[in-house]
Design a protein around this ligand. Structure first.
Ligand code: ATP
Ligand code: MG
Ligand code: FE
Length: 350
């Protein structure tokens, strides 16, 4: 099926068009620059930007795919989780489009969409083997840090754990800010860390003590780490000593990478699932990808990382999930659905 996907859960206005698993276009307009001076995504600003960007993005996506809007078989849209106001803009647009074209609509889960990105192929000659199930998925971005057990993409996704405070990307952004680096912080820390020593400072690994293991085995925590970095930097400044930014960046990054991968690989081993899929904007982190490869190789786990343009928020992954639901024979969503900022991951389609 030819499916148009709409993604507006955070600061990316994403429109994607797919034919089955084949990616035809993936248009992304980000309001990231507008949030830079606030040091994080401002919900109201994001929602307004979606309203302005949606129609041009739809036009650009259909032009790039070489199709007319009335040729699509269905509309897919992110209805949660995410920022309520931002989601509402996409949901409203998707409903209007579906009604005016007389096409079915599929309201889908954003996090499951990140997993769905893996099915996309750039062309029909791409012979990458389809992902096997079950698989463990680690999704890390500015808004989420979640570990999922995916038994089946369209029918069985379970949340194993998630962050109990900040998301990993948020931690990168906050630590960058206290080091005086601009937003978004992830790429800045990655760059500064190149000249730093990752073992210079031993920052804490949240929720990895034996006492945490019973209740929070697969959960994450980054706020203690952030506080620990803040205190370390403060002490240096109080002592009138220069802050070794590259060492702090490298040591902080090492801690985040260790926390994320220790938990993800523990889930694979505990549950006997020899497959790990990564997704979300933090996957852009060079060290995270490197250590993920090393540790999965050592543990005999197959590692999957979709292209980066499909790891950050985008409409193509939403279209892909919609197409998978259609091909599995799922009924369209009824038009009465709304935006649900806390939609649980087990609700793959609403
Ligand atoms: P959502 O949480 O809904 O997916 P988001 O907009 O917060 O939305 P993304 O756009 O996928 O998430 O990712 C942005 C986040 O990724 C930011 O927090 C940014 O700092 C982080 N990030 C980007 N590049 C890197 C990197 N190289 N290393 C670490 N973090 C990075
Ligand atoms: Mg973003
Ligand atoms: Fe996301």
């Amino acid at each position: 099926p030819l499916v148009l996907g709409i993604e507006t859960s955070c600061d990316e206005t994403g429109i994607g068009i797919v034919r089955g698993s084949i990616l035809l276009s993936n248009t992304i307009a980000s309001s990231m620059d507008e949030h830079a001076r606030y040091g994080g995504v401002v919900p109201e600003v994001a929602a307004r930007a979606h309203l302005e960007e949606l129609v041009p993005a739809i036009r650009a996506a259909t032009a790039e795919a070489g199709i007319r809007l009335d040729e699509i078989d269905a509309v897919a849209v992110t209805c949660g989780p995410g920022l309520a106001g931002a989601l509402m803009v996409g949901v409203g647009a998707a409903k209007a489009l579906a009604i005016s074209l007389g096409k079915p609509i599929y309201a889908v889960n954003h996090l499951v969409g990140h997993v769905g990105a893996d099915v996309l192929r750039l062309d029909t000659d791409d012979t990458t083997e389809p992902l096997e199930y079950p698989t463990i998925a680690l999704l890390v971005s500015g808004g989420h840090t979640s570990l999922l057990l995916v038994r089946d993409l369209v029918s069985d996704v379970e949340l194993l754990g998630e962050t109990i405070d900040d998301a990993a990307g948020e931690a990168f952004d906050k630590v960058a800010r206290l080091l005086g680096l601009p937003y978004p912080g992830g790429p800045q820390i990655d760059r500064a860390a190149l000249e730093g020593n990752p073992t210079a400072i031993r920052f804490p690994r949240g929720l990895s003590q034996t006492k945490d293991m019973e209740k929070h085995r697969y959960d994450f925590s980054f706020s203690g780490l952030k506080t620990s970095v803040a205190r370390w930097v403060e002490q240096k400044r109080d002592a009138g000593e220069p802050v070794p930014v590259p060492d702090v960046a490298a040591s902080f990054r090492e801690s985040v990478v260790d926390i994320l991968l220790t938990k993800a690989i523990a889930a694979c081993v505990d549950l006997g699932v020899p497959r790990l899929l990564l997704g979300g904007g933090v996957i852009a982190n060079a060290r995270l990808r490197q250590v993920a490869q090393e540790r999965t190789d050592a543990a005999g786990i197959a590692l999957r990382i979709p292209p980066l343009s499909l790891c950050t928020d985008n409409g193509a992954m939403i279209a892909a999930l919609g197409a998978q639901l259609i091909m599995a024979g799922h009924e369209p969503s009824s038009l009465e659905f709304g935006a649900d900022s806390t939609l649980p991951v087990s609700d793959i389609q609403v």
